[in-house]
Design a protein. Structure first.
Length: 504
């Protein structure tokens, strides 16, 4: 059985001559407990081409210390990682294998580095004797196990925050260390330093700055592909907002493939776009249900208590439970499916050999601006069409179509921002406002359909349907207000569009 721990730590350089300051005088520290010296022996696993290390992910099998076993560390933010643990075994545990599958695919992981550390541990305690942080001095021996046989040694100081403590305390510890002449480490992990210091002499090629339109588009596509891969473990673990963030990356990637068709051959990328649409749809089942449930709960919560007649809240809870039952298992099944893994392989193949068209060699300012203007023009036509229609189902459908176009136009502007600068940033911000407004309108359309179904079910069960009709009316009023607001929001977005340069 695997368990997890949020790890917040800082690393510092040390030498044989380094002397720790008096840790008992650090602000907030009541006492210091010296835990003594222990030896830790860890073998780190990765693919031969170091796919895990490229994503700042570490997988190790460690003996010694109080937490011997398998440890998978996933980056969360700077100096923050989630550590997933599993008991010692000869092979990588299945749970950890699933969490790295999006990165390694079918490529086996092998031992790449062995780290033997002699660790001297000090625990910083508060006035009541509860842990604040653990500070250790590690003498490290690194041995390359794959891709060479070089070794390296160094000494470092590691300060790790205790569970449920304020991260600001590490700033206090850091100031005390730096006042003693101890400087932050240039490496974010022992593995990163070991790989660097035991690497073969040949330097790794450095990625050039984007210059052409193709460079910019591929850079954006690569970022979205990396986000999908990086979010896979979070989705599997059911972390908050992870499904939503993964869907956004999928949509941005699919939008780029459709928008920049003068850069990337649309015929070649069309099958990938189809698979991205499938994945977003599969992940959306649970997310869309979650958004709808929250909206309906909020609407019921707005009503005065005397107007909530009958078991309305109980019926809504039953509907929510029925709709979301087994959703986590469904999501995991999708991520374990052959179709999903084939999609990830297709992304790798796209980035390894992109189907570039002549437009890819063009100036980014010209080519990207042309694509952004085209998407904006499509959106303008759909908004104008929707506003010409009378309120009702036809207008609802037209506004939903405009919402999709707004999302695509916004993502196009975001992708072009590194090349176009301020105008693209402003356009993306205004288009996001349009997208949000139309998104709320579409959520209201879905909510009204659900409310009607709930009213029918309540009536059939002999329950009052008054409350559902009342909430339906409020949703209708909200939709009307949104439609009145749209022309002004759209006017501001239209003014911020990317204009054709003079002489073009």
């Amino acid at each position: 059985m695997a368990d997890s721990k949020r790890e917040i730590e800082r690393k510092y350089e040390a030498t044989d001559a380094t002397r720790l300051p008096d840790l008992g005088r650090v602000a907030g520290v009541g006492s210091v407990a010296h835990e003594g010296v222990m030896e830790l022996d860890a073998v780190y696993y990765d693919t031969e081409d170091l796919r895990l290390a490229a994503g700042s992910v570490t997988l190790r099998r460690r003996t010694g210390g109080s937490d011997a076993g398998w440890h998978l560390k996933l980056p969360v933010a700077e100096s923050v990682r989630d550590e997933i643990r599993a008991p010692l075994s000869d092979r990588v545990p299945a749970r950890l294998t699933a969490l790295i599958r999006s990165r390694v695919l079918d490529t086996p992981v092998v031992p790449v580095v062995r780290l033997v550390s002699v660790r001297d541990v000090h625990v910083l305690l508060d006035d009541e004797g509860a842990p604040l942080a653990e500070l250790s001095v590690d003498e490290v021996l690194a041995e390359r196990l794959h891709g060479g046989d070089r070794t390296a040694t160094w000494t470092e100081i590691e300060a790790e925050l205790a569970d449920d403590r304020d991260p600001a305390f590490l700033d206090t510890v850091g100031r005390a260390l730096e006042e003693a002449g101890i400087r932050p480490s240039a490496s974010h992990s022992k593995l990163a330093r070991a790989l660097e210091e035991t690497a073969p002499e040949a330097a790794r090629p450095r990625e050039d700055e984007p210059r052409t339109a193709g460079d910019h588009v591929l850079h954006y596509v690569r970022r979205q592909a990396e986000a999908i891969v990086a979010l896979d473990p979070a989705v599997r673990r059911g972390l908050p907002d992870s499904v939503h963030r993964m869907r956004v990356a999928i949509r941005r990637l699919r939008s780029a493939l459709r928008t920049y068709r003068r850069v990337l051959d649309r015929e070649a990328t069309r099958p990938l776009g189809t698979e991205l649409k499938w994945l977003a749809g599969e992940l959306g089942v649970d997310r869309d249900q979650e958004v709808l449930d929250a909206r309906l709960r909020a609407r019921l919560g707005e009503l005065p208590r005397p107007l909530v007649i009958g078991p309305a809240r109980a019926r809504l809870r039953l509907r929510s439970a029925a709709g979301r039952g087994g959703s986590r298992r469904r999501t995991t099944a999708v991520l374990d499916s052959a179709r999903y893994l084939d999609l990830l392989r297709a992304l790798e193949a796209l980035l390894a050999a992109p189907p570039l068209l002549p437009g890819a060699a063009g100036e980014p300012g010209d080519e990207l601006a042309r694509a952004v203007r085209k998407d904006h023009k499509r959106l303008a036509g759909r908004v104008a069409h929707a506003l010409e229609l009378d309120p009702g189902p036809d207008r609802d459908a037209a506004l939903h179509s405009a919402r999709k176009a707004a999302k695509r136009a916004r993502y196009a502007a975001e992708a072009a921002r590194p090349a176009l600068g301020g105008p693209a940033k402003k356009a993306a911000k205004r288009l996001k406002a349009v997208q949000s407004l139309l998104g709320d309108h579409q959520d209201g359309v879905v909510a009204r359909e659900t409310l009607r179904a709930l009213a029918v079910q309540a009536h059939a069960a002999g329950e009052p349907s008054f409350t559902w009709g009342l909430v339906y009316g409020r949703e209708e009023a909200a939709a009307a207000a949104t439609e009145r607001e749209l022309p002004g929001v759209w006017h501001r977005a239209h003014k911020a569009r990317i204009r054709r340069a003079r002489g073009h």
